[in-house]
Design a protein around this ligand. Structure first.
Ligand code: HEC
Ligand SMILES: [Cu+2]
Length: 412
């Protein structure tokens, strides 16, 4: 879309008439970024946005876009948009390596600041020396032409000494930083010996299967896209992948570790303060890589134990006719081929375990916050919300969808 859709100034002949009337409508296809903003605005008003992004709009009058979106935006607005990433990379928040909430991330952040300070100082020094050199050579050039350049002994000696000092200094700094980095690495790994809890995380395109292991087999359970931790307890995280290489990263808690098909990796995390954090797959893994997030909740030990008990329980039985019908639809349609609901005959592992899906903070790996409305949107058309995801559209009538919703929303 290149034309700016603004009301044309009415011609003298048309004065008094609606200037838009004669212009009719046009079919437009919005560029994806703009379509995203437009979709938010439309859906905010409860309108359905066309899936192929083709809109039929009056050629005149206000666009259904929020202010500032698209080509019509003033240059300063575009500049402000371009600066947004700076604000996003703030030093605080639920997904920031500079806002450490655990031992490892604290050490990593310390190391990061140390590197930043040392390297920034060196960079500044190099710039200053460069400026001095440039300034000096300008003065030199104004000297009268002399005999061919002949090295002068004292200058040569001074330069050689300077260069040696520079090389030794560089090596010393690199070695020192390497030493710090090694020490931090050792320190982070040492925590593994104190791990009291083991979680197995398996990455799949594009969601996380999370298994809480227990020496007593029937005390193990599975959930998805969500990790809960007791505060202050080191947790061993065993990392696997089912398909391609992914990377496990909860910036507030620890550094990145890859999940590689056919290989088992391990990392240890510990949360020192209560809170909610956000993990994100940190290795490009396909179409929906960006929508492969993870909720991490650090809670006091008693609360964690209570949560664990609640997760161990099988799914709650449907309590009314609507949800009983929903369970019947769920267990007799395609859903059962891919999902597990413990306590029922649904026991497939293609998609997330839904035993307690309604107790999770988000849906589809952090793509949508959990709500009954979002659940409806997801089941009705997962491909619109997460195109390419491994969940197909299952043909349900409106009534069946309502029943399935009532059932799943009761799985707390
Ligand atoms: C072919 C396999 C398949 C079928 C059939 C299927 N799903 Fe899924 N489902 C998935 C996969 C895979 C995901 C994870 C998608 C993602 O996040 O990328 C998923 C995600 C979900 C989620 C979100 C879970 C969460 O914690 O994020 C819900 C709810 C869900 N499915 C319900 C259903 C219902 C209800 C049906 C039947 C109408 C159904 N699914 C049919 C594979 C399937
Ligand atoms: Cu991934």
């Amino acid at each position: 879309m290149t034309a700016r859709l603004a009301a044309p100034s009415p011609s003298p002949a048309g004065r008094g008439r609606d200037p838009c009337a004669a212009l009719g409508e046009a079919k437009l296809r919005l560029p994806p970024a703009q379509a995203l903003l437009a979709r938010k605005a439309w859906e905010g008003e409860g309108k359905v946005f066309p899936r192929n992004l083709a809109l039929t709009l009056p050629l005149c009058g206000p666009l259904p876009l929020p202010p500032g979106a698209g080509e019509g935006a003033a240059p300063w607005r575009r500049a402000a948009l371009a600066l947004c990433p700076l604000a996003l990379s703030a030093c605080q928040g639920i997904q920031s390596a500079l806002d450490p909430a655990g031992h490892q991330s604290g050490r990593i952040a310390g190391l990061w600041w140390l590197f930043l300070a040392v390297l920034a100082a060196i960079y500044a020094l190099v710039l200053v020396l460069l400026l001095i050199a440039a300034f000096r050579s300008r003065r030199r050039r104004s000297l009268p032409p002399g005999p061919a350049f002949r090295p002068e002994e004292p200058t040569e000696r001074r330069l050689t000494r300077g260069l040696t000092a520079w090389a030794v200094g560089t090596a010393a700094i690199v070695l020192t930083l390497t030493g710090f980095s090694y020490a931090v690495d050792r320190d982070i790994l040492a925590l593994g010996h104190r791990a009291e809890l083991t979680i197995e995380v398996t990455a799949k395109q594009w969601w996380w299967q999370v298994k809480y292991d227990d020496p007593v087999p029937n005390r193990s359970f599975e959930t998805a896209n969500e990790i809960r931790l007791p505060v202050g307890v080191p947790v061993r995280v065993v990392l696997k992948s089912q398909d391609v290489i992914h990377s496990f990263w909860v910036p507030n808690l620890h550094g990145k570790t890859d999940l590689i098909p056919g290989r088992v990796n391990e990392t240890v995390i510990v949360a020192d303060r209560e809170g909610r954090y956000r993990g994100q797959c940190a290795e490009f893994c396909g179409f929906q890589h960006a929508n492969m997030a993870l909720d991490v909740v650090a809670m006091p030990r008693e609360q964690f134990d209570a949560w664990r008990e609640s997760q161990l329980a099988p799914a709650s039985a449907p309590s009314d006719d609507r949800s009983r019908e929903g369970q019947r639809v769920f267990l007799t349609s395609a859903c059962v081929m891919c999902h597990t609901v413990r306590g029922t005959t649904a026991a497939s592992r293609v998609g997330p375990d839904l035993t307690h899906v309604a107790a999770r903070p988000s849906l589809a790996a952090g793509t949508l916050p959990y709500s009954k409305g979002n659940l409806a949107g997801w089941i009705a058309d997962p491909q619109r919300i997460k195109p390419g995801s491994q969940m197909p559209v299952v043909d349900l009538s409106a009534d069946q969808l309502q029943s399935v919703l009532a059932y799943l929303d009761g799985l707390k």
